[in-house]
Design a binder for this molecule. Structure first.
Ligand code: KG4
Ligand code: ZN
Length: 342
């Protein structure tokens, strides 16, 4: 009988609890998003996020056990993301995880949340082959990770400023859309051609495998200010809404072009034939089809998760932990939480 893990993810503004059998059978994966809690403040308020995690985590654990038709005696190990993220939020998940591991006298496994994102693919497709180039496009991180094996990873590229997801959220906000901005931008990108406006593609052919998205964000801000000054159309007019869709589609085309170019270029540099994409922004249908098309053209094997496993979830965290459980890579109760990526 394969091991059953209970995993917790409270890194940022989503509380998630999962139960996984073996390395990929999801028995439960419950996530409660806090976006509405923070809307009136225009961004996530760390103190509020921690309180909300605390309020809901035990209900989610009960719900997950019920869904899996298990009680605590059926749990073999506890997994938790202990970095990176908001310290207060991380501490809620970590403290609950430690209490459970201590009480149940079972192994505790701490996981890097960002390293866990690619494992969404294992849940969907089964084991990925190594070596592989992982593109992780989460809200706060845009990373290229060269993975030679499960615990043998090297970050070979990252954003030197804003992450792609952060840039998308901020540009959507400029146009009056609430968090998260990704879905609205993706809808525009699916509807309009993306060729109507020519926005910058920062660092596309420079700085090796690193990314930069803050210049694109500023370019969008300047463009918006200028068009507001010169526009004669009223704010809700159909032409303006049509134009906004075309602008957001062209903006997202810049983001997609950079992500695509950098990822395939990195795979080529390292001689890799496998690519995975993961993280919340990967829930974009536009990004997915762009990667599908380019992979087919270049003969690359692409691993791409379904949208519900792209955004933050504890199943991917438990999946990475399941691989550590098999290798007997356990932590102890001195495990700490920390905000940084490494
Ligand atoms: O991975 P994630 O859920 O959280 C972090 O680890 O930060 O990523 C959040 C990002 C946000 O930028 C959000 O706008 C984007 O994922 N996102 C999407 C979609 N759903 C969430 N982007 C495009 N299409 C979506 N459907
Ligand atoms: Zn994430």
């Amino acid at each position: 009988m394969s091991a059953v893990g209970l995993g917790l993810d409270t890194t940022f503004d989503d509380t998630s609890v999962a139960i996984l059998q073996g390395k990929s059978e999801i028995l439960a994966n419950l996530t409660l998003s806090q976006y509405q809690e923070h809307e009136e403040f225009g961004g996530v308020v760390p103190e509020r996020a921690s309180r909300k995690h605390l309020e809901v985590i035990h209900h989610l654990i009960d719900g997950a056990l019920k869904e899996a038709n298990l009680d605590f005696s059926g749990i073999d190990y506890i997994a938790v993301s202990n970095h990176p993220g908001l310290l207060g939020s991380l501490l809620v998940g970590l403290t609950v995880a430690k209490s459970l591991a201590y009480t149940l006298q079972c192994p505790l496994i701490g996981v890097n949340h960002v390293e866990a994102h690619p494992y969404a693919n294992v849940l969907k497709h089964g084991e990925m082959p190594f070596p592989i180039m992982h593109l992780v496009v989460a809200g706060g991180h845009t990373l290229l990770i060269h993975a030679r094996d499960h615990f043998d990873n090297k970050i070979i590229g990252r954003s030197v400023d804003d992450a792609a997801g952060e840039c998308v959220d901020k540009v959507a906000k400029m146009y009056g859309h609430p968090m998260p901005g990704g879905p609205v931008v993706d809808r525009a990108a699916m509807k309009f051609s993306g060729k109507d406006f020519d926005f910058p593609r920062p660092l596309m052919h420079k700085n090796a495998h690193n990314f930069s998205f803050s210049g694109l964000k500023t370019a969008m801000l300047r463009f918006r200010e200028k068009s507001l000054k010169t526009s004669t159309k009223s704010a809700e007019s159909p032409q303006l809404l049509q134009e906004e869709g075309a602008i957001l589609a062209s903006f997202f085309q810049s983001v997609v072009d950079v992500l695509l170019h950098k990822t395939f270029n990195a795979a080529e540099t390292f001689g890799l034939k496998n690519i995975s994409v993961s993280g919340g922004l990967a829930a974009s249908r536009k990004l997915h089809s762009a990667f599908e098309e380019e992979s087919a053209k270049r003969g690359i094997t692409l691993f791409y998760p379904p949208p519900n496993l792209c955004t933050d979830n504890a199943a991917m965290v438990t999946c990475l932990a399941a691989h550590r459980y098999e290798a007997e890579l356990f932590d102890d109760l001195t495990l700490d939480a920390y905000p940084n990526l490494i």
